[in-house]
Design a protein around this ligand. Structure first.
Ligand code: ZN
Length: 188
């Protein structure tokens, strides 16, 4: 059994969000797994249900809603090896093959999207849980109407999955790949 990642705590500590004030994440419709909406427009749907969770908003002790700024440092949820880095529509995505194996021998992969990877994060790099791997990308040049945010996906894949299958074009809307809800793996 996989122990849930302390991603929220890591992220709060790394980015000093606890000073003064992180209390909880806030999710508007479309930010959570499998939800249909484009949360940044309020009235349109995505081309396919959301393949992960978008971390963007949190509530402070006074009940005010704040947002993660561009350059927020991103810690790894789990240890593993970097198996792909590719472009996405707001920045880059890092694919990490974790050490956790399910009953059928598939590995839990984590995808961090809309980010700018640190220079030493290359394909083949080994990372530990809590390592800082990236910052949230500034999306202003690509899609100024979409606020910068961290997207996380989790999916089970055979360890031998070819690298050229690991990109958004192949993964989105495909029945071959089974994304799971990242919140199952995160202490939030
Ligand atoms: Zn997303």
């Amino acid at each position: 059994m996989l122990t849930k990642s302390g991603l929220t705590d890591y992220l709060i500590n790394l980015n000093n969000l606890a000073v003064p004030d992180f209390t909880t994440w806030e999710f508007t419709p479309g930010m959570l797994f499998n939800q249909p909406q484009k949360w940044w427009t309020g009235n349109e749907n995505r081309p396919a249900p959301h393949e992960g969770v978008d971390f963007h908003l949190y509530k402070n002790v006074s009940g005010q809603i704040r947002h993660l700024p561009t350059s927020t440092k991103i810690p790894a949820l789990f240890a593993g090896s970097v198996v792909q880095i590719c472009d996405d529509f707001l920045g880059k995505s890092i694919f990490v093959c974790g050490n956790h194996t399910d009953a059928r021998g598939s590995r839990l992969h984590t995808i961090y999207a809309h980010i700018t990877p640190y220079d030493h994060i290359e394909i083949g790099a080994q990372i530990k849980e809590t390592d800082i791997i990236a910052v949230i990308a500034d999306s202003a040049n690509k899609h100024p109407k979409i606020p910068p945010h961290l997207h996380i996906s989790t999916l089970l894949l055979p360890k031998s999955t070819p690298r050229n299958r690991l990109n958004w074009k192949t993964l989105t809307g495909s029945d071959l790949y089974h994304f799971c809800d990242p919140m199952e793996f995160i202490n939030a």
